[in-house]
Design a protein around this ligand. Structure first.
Ligand code: PLP
Length: 361
């Protein structure tokens, strides 16, 4: 049998492992921070009408500039954004890839603050961008001073922040982002995949965009919008950044069906986001009840909770899986991460964990 090592693969890809969150279909799926609430039926009906209409022109290439979608995303974000500020792709993973294709690549570097989203490192590898890291402060914080010092030391071409951070749930303040921007001549990329779950009035780097052309803020429809399967992510930045993305995207990268579906979802934004408050309630419940069953959850501004004091994460993971409940081992010693699900799912997870632990809830 041929193995990877037999192929003339790029040397810098040898020995790497692909993204591999287990994709098991079980009763309670709380492992990849999806919105576990389905899209409302009336919204499905409207989206299907739009997709049907797009089918009548499917013999033609789609709008390469996905103009309606950019208009919809700009209107959703507010903050004075117009379509010229917006770029979109097949998931924010592709937005990150476009960013590193344009601003990273061979001979260039990206700085990140682990533990953070595992795809950041994998996309750096795929684009041949050197991966540099700096440590966080206790509680997974990044102060303005720490960010500026790490950038001065590492001189990266791109700096990644993730706020609220996956997998810890920790927010990064605008003071930190602004200090990082001042400390570098490179790009500053802020992954705000979970922004909609943060407390009302939380910082968003959207407020920093004016006058900062090297700043990029990325969002996704995969989490709060319950649209993970559609693959739609986007960024807001200076129009010049959007021009840079045009240099590296494949022509017509967003299918007509994706565009139609996403425009439909945005037209129903309030209904699509209706479950966000419920999910936040379940996240806060996880924060409280994980303590009751003997674990140490970190404060989270996202739709998941990282918790410590897990004697054997792999064992706990497997025992929950045996009961049809999947959560995530993110590779942090004595920790696991769980997504806030529906009230029912979250309750099942907490009850199973309490039973494993011999604690009563
Ligand atoms: C889930 C997630 C994304 C979303 O990726 P998509 O490609 O948009 O589905 C982006 N960033 C972080 C930090 C995430 O956790």
């Amino acid at each position: 049998m041929t193995s990877l090592n037999d192929l003339p693969l790029r040397d810098d890809l040898r020995g790497l492992t692909p993204y591999g969150a287990p994709q098991k279909h079980v009763r309670v799926e709380l492992n990849v921070n999806e919105n576990t609430h389905p899209v409302p039926e009336n919204v499905i009906d409207d989206i299907m009408g739009r997709v049907r209409e797009a089918m009548t022109l499917i013999n033609r290439y789609p709008d390469r500039e996905f103009t309606l979608l950019r208009d919809g995303l700009a209107a959703y974000l507010g903050h004075g954004m117009t379509r010229d500020n917006i770029w979109a792709a097949n998931g924010s993973n592709e937005v990150i890839q476009h960013t590193l294709q344009a601003f990273g690549g061979p001979g260039r570097s990206v700085l990140a603050f682990p533990p953070t989203y595992s795809m950041h490192k994998i996309i750096a590898a795929g684009s041949g961008t050197q991966w540099l890291t700096a440590e966080r402060e206790p509680g997974f914080e990044i102060s303005p001073e720490l960010a500026a010092a790490a950038i001065t030391e590492n001189k990266p071409d791109v700096t990644f922040f993730c706020t609220p951070n996956n997998p810890t749930g920790t927010p990064v303040s605008n003071a930190t982002i602004a200090a990082a921007y001042e400390a570098t001549d490179g790009m500053v990329f802020v992954d705000e995949a979970y922004a909609e779950f943060a407390p009302v009035g939380s910082d968003t780097a959207l407020d920093l965009l004016a006058g900062r052309p090297r700043l990029i803020v990325s969002r996704t429809m995969s989490k709060a919008f319950a649209f993970a399967g559609a693959r739609v992510g986007y960024l807001a930045a200076d129009p010049a950044v959007v021009d840079a993305m045009r240099l590296v995207r494949l022509p017509y990268h967003l299918s007509a069906l994706t565009q139609a579906a996403a425009v439909g979802a945005l037209a129903h934004a309030p209904e699509m986001l209706a479950m966000v408050d419920d999910i936040k309630t379940q996240r806060d419940r996880l924060e409280r009840e994980l303590v009751t069953v003997g674990y140490t959850p970190y404060p989270s501004s996202a739709n998941f909770v990282l918790f410590g004091n897990v004697a054997n994460p792999n064992d706990t993971f497997e025992k929950l899986l045996a009961q049809g409940i999947i959560i995530r081992d993110v590779g942090i010693e004595n920790h696991l991460r769980v997504t806030a699900g529906t009230e029912q799912e979250t309750g099942e997870f907490l009850a199973a964990l309490a039973a494993l632990n011999g604690t009563l809830t």
